[in-house]
Write a protein that binds this ligand. Structure first.
Ligand SMILES: C[S@@+](CC[C@H](N)C(=O)[O-])C[C@H]1O[C@@H](n2cnc3c(N)ncnc32)[C@H](O)[C@@H]1O
Length: 290
């Protein structure tokens, strides 16, 4: 990719400006991260990627992107710290509560007669979304026949998701979200407080969850699903990567399968818009129709 840009620059006979050099440094850093550790951020949207890389340069007490590249090529821990910064593992329980309410009202009733339900949380981060879904399925009597596949590229986030832990101070907000999502019980029934200011979710919720490392930029589909969540993940991608992931999702959805995107995302500006119908416009819930 960057070879073209170098040639272009030479043929224009221009002395490369600082912005151009910085772009080359970023591309080389991302190439190294991909070739040595397999993390592919090469098709992420450039402005936020650039901001986060500089943030990491200062955090590592370095002065240039090239120095960061030198460090991470030989230091796995440094590469993991960069992946943590670039992957933005922000999430919450019942995030966008009305979306979960609409799922409860409009989508789950249609799954009642299915012998088995498979759900994929692509980019599950630390797991709050998949635990929210398990609670919803449990309350609608569908949990036992559902398998929840939760994947992410960030190994540290996945480990936290597997353990089902999060901090106690978030529970007030999460309880409000749960109630707004139409929660039928007391939210505190689903977790226990530990001695160190954390909560651990009821292990019963984990029973039907499968956690796995999966890279949306490079890995293939691995099953067919009735429901796929890919929320707040593709907003960080450029158009090329977004198209790839939409293709992957489309190929992974069963006929009439449902896709849920994040509140700032939409199917409308993608090549797949005619392949889905809206189940709920405001909550970004779509059904595969062809
Ligand atoms: C902002 S979080 C969203 C979490 C959750 N879906 C939600 O909406 O609350 C984005 C997650 O996507 C993951 N992610 C980003 N790029 C990815 C990729 N190429 N493959 C797999 N996961 C990716 C990140 O590691 C991060 O955990």
């Amino acid at each position: 990719m960057f070879e073209d840009k170098l040639l272009f620059n030479q043929s224009a006979n221009r002395y490369p400006d600082e912005g151009y050099r910085e772009q080359v440094e970023i591309e080389l850093l991302l190439e190294g991260l991909y070739r040595v550790y397999g993390y592919d951020f090469r098709d992420y949207a450039f402005p936020s990627l650039r901001r986060r890389i500089w943030h990491q340069v200062y955090k590592e007490q370095l002065t240039s992107i090239s120095e960061l590249q030198g460090r991470l090529l030989y230091d796995r821990k440094a590469s993991e710290r960069l992946v943590e910064t670039l992957s933005i593992p922000v999430t919450e329980m019942f995030r966008d509560p009305l979306m979960f309410k609409k799922l409860r009202e409009k989508v789950l009733p249609e799954l009642k007669d299915m012998p088995m339900i498979r759900v994929w949380h692509a980019g599950c981060s630390t797991g709050e979304e998949v635990y929210s879904m398990a609670i919803l399925l449990e309350e609608e009597g569908l949990f036992e026949k559902t398998r929840l596949y939760a994947t992410d590229m960030n190994i540290a986030s996945l480990q936290q998701a597997r353990e089902g832990i999060c901090s106690l101070e978030k529970m007030k907000q999460y309880t409000m979200n749960y109630l707004e999502a139409g929660g039928k019980h007391s939210f505190s029934e689903y977790y226990k407080v530990t001695n160190d200011g954390m909560v651990v979710f009821d292990p019963r919720l984990r029973k039907n969850m499968i956690f796995s490392d999966h890279h949306l930029a490079t890995d293939k589909s691995f099953n067919e699903f009735q429901l796929i969540f890919c929320r707040n993940v593709m907003i960080y991608f450029n158009d090329t990567l977004r198209d790839r992931v939409h293709q992957l999702i489309y190929d992974s959805l069963a006929p009439d399968g449902v896709l849920v995107l994040g509140s700032k995302e939409s199917i409308h500006y993608t090549a797949f818009r005619s392949r889905y119908e809206e189940v709920d416009y405001n909550e970004r819930i779509y059904r595969k129709i062809r």
